[in-house]
Design a protein around this ligand. Structure first.
Ligand SMILES: Cc1cc2nc3c(=O)[nH]c(=O)nc-3n(C[C@H](O)[C@H](O)[C@H](O)COP(=O)(O)O)c2cc1C
Length: 392
């Protein structure tokens, strides 16, 4: 794909990765992704914002063939999917200066062996004139590494946000055309990448509030011609109260735990509580992460295996602990044969979750009427707590 014009003398460059299905060897990418770089030609100077993942370097360098000179390369984020081709660009334009936050400079040196002489470290809020276009650098730490910043092109009111507001979508449409599709992908991205930093992201959003941002051009996915759409979504995801939703990640080897989960789901629905149920043996882990954004309660369903939770349930607990959702209540249900430490082990795996634990329901072998009664009571306790807190 060739470079594409966004506004006068502002171009998208990069690569659409239709085939990629896994990111960070962990995150599922059902819709592929893109690596977005941006070229800004001022009346006096030319700047390139970010680069592409190294496997896409060939396509990117071909796009640069017609670009005579680059004065500045701006690195928003040191992770290799954006920075990994910087060295090749510097080899082509050896007089270019590499602009980054001081923290990004350290990381870029460590990760990419970029020589010291190329760097210019900037301060938060500093501006850079390209002649008739002005870039303002705004430090936005922890979206999602400590060194991250965004760049505001003042005259065109475009925010170049790198991973902030990104989404993994491969599309030939440069701009968002299907808001529903992008909302889902951006929410998934937020859940997997940004959720652990929810409170600092809220501060970064407040920092961006004074700027008259019309368009947001992220490092992955499509460009938002209406910045308000994604800014409003992030506001909801970072500030919104949990919803009247129970997320149930579960696994079952011989159906007992599954029967308990199915009964609990029915009882919760009867009591007006929304449920999202994920069979961990087959689920898309990204869908589970997304559901955690809104969940007031998590109920883990697991049999006891080798004295503890099933490894898939342990994985879900580990993931939830790392993603730090705003969840308020937690319980465990599951079947066992003779005994073990399933609940204690799971409870010890979630120190980051500030949750009230509601009494677990464990069952020896297949569930009977008294187990189903206990599950009804659990559903009642959850529904009451959601009501008391006015979760909707
Ligand atoms: C490989 C394996 C290991 C197990 N280890 C334990 C154990 O350490 N303690 C225990 O109480 N039950 C153990 N069980 C028995 C299961 O917990 C029991 O069969 C339970 O009812 C399975 O629930 P499910 O039907 O939801 O898979 C084990 C079962 C399997 C297959």
């Amino acid at each position: 794909m060739k470079a594409r014009k966004i506004k006068e003398e502002v171009y998208w460059m990069g690569s659409v990765d239709w085939d990629r299905r896994l990111f960070d060897a962990l995150v599922p990418l059902p819709d592929g992704t893109s690596y977005n770089a941006y070229l800004i030609k001022g009346s006096e100077k030319t700047a390139l914002i970010d680069t592409v993942d190294p496997p896409m370097a060939k396509e990117f360098m071909a796009q640069l063939e017609g670009v005579k000179n680059i004065d500045y390369i701006i690195s928003s984020h040191a992770e290799q999917d954006h920075s990994g081709t910087i060295m090749q660009v510097l080899e082509k334009y050896p007089n270019a200066k590499l602009i980054s936050t001081p923290k990004a400079k350290d990381l870029l040196k460590d990760l990419l062996n970029i020589p010291e002489n190329f760097f210019v470290s900037i301060e938060d809020g500093e501006t850079l004139s390209l002649g008739d276009k002005t870039l303002k650098f705004i430090f936005t730490p922890w979206v999602h590494w400590p060194e991250t910043m965004v760049t505001f092109l003042e005259e065109d009111k475009i925010l170049f946000s790198c991973d902030f507001f990104g989404s993994h979508i491969a599309s030939s449409d440069l701009f968002v055309t299907d808001q529903g599709r992008v909302y889902e992908a951006a929410k998934r991205y937020f859940a997997e990448i940004m959720m652990p930093f929810r409170s600092i992201i809220k501060k970064n959003m407040e920092k961006l509030a004074p700027y008259d941002i019309e368009m947001i051009a992220p490092g992955h996915g499509q460009i938002f011609p209406d910045a308000g759409f994604i800014l409003d979504a992030y506001k909801k995801w970072t500030e919104g109260a949990p919803r009247n939703t129970v997320v149930i990640p579960y696994v079952s080897m011989h159906e007992s735990t599954r029967r308990m989960v199915e009964h609990l789901v029915g009882a919760l629905v009867d009591k007006g509580v929304r449920v999202e149920q994920f069979n961990l043996a087959v689920t898309d882990i990204g869908k589970l992460a997304m559901a955690l954004i809104d969940a007031a309660t998590i109920v883990v369903g697991t049999p006891t295996i080798l004295s503890g939770p099933h490894p898939y349930a342990a994985y879900a607990a580990f993931l939830a602990n790392a993603l730090r959702p705003n969840t308020k209540f937690l319980s465990v249900v599951g079947s066992y044969g003779w005994g073990g430490k399933t609940v204690d082990t799971l409870a010890g795996m979630i120190p980051n979750l500030k949750v009230e634990v509601i009494d677990p329901v464990l069952c020896k072998g297949v569930p009977n009427a008294s187990v189903f009664n206990a599950l009804d009571d659990l559903a009642g306790a959850i529904a009451r707590k959601h009501k008391e807190n006015d979760y909707r």
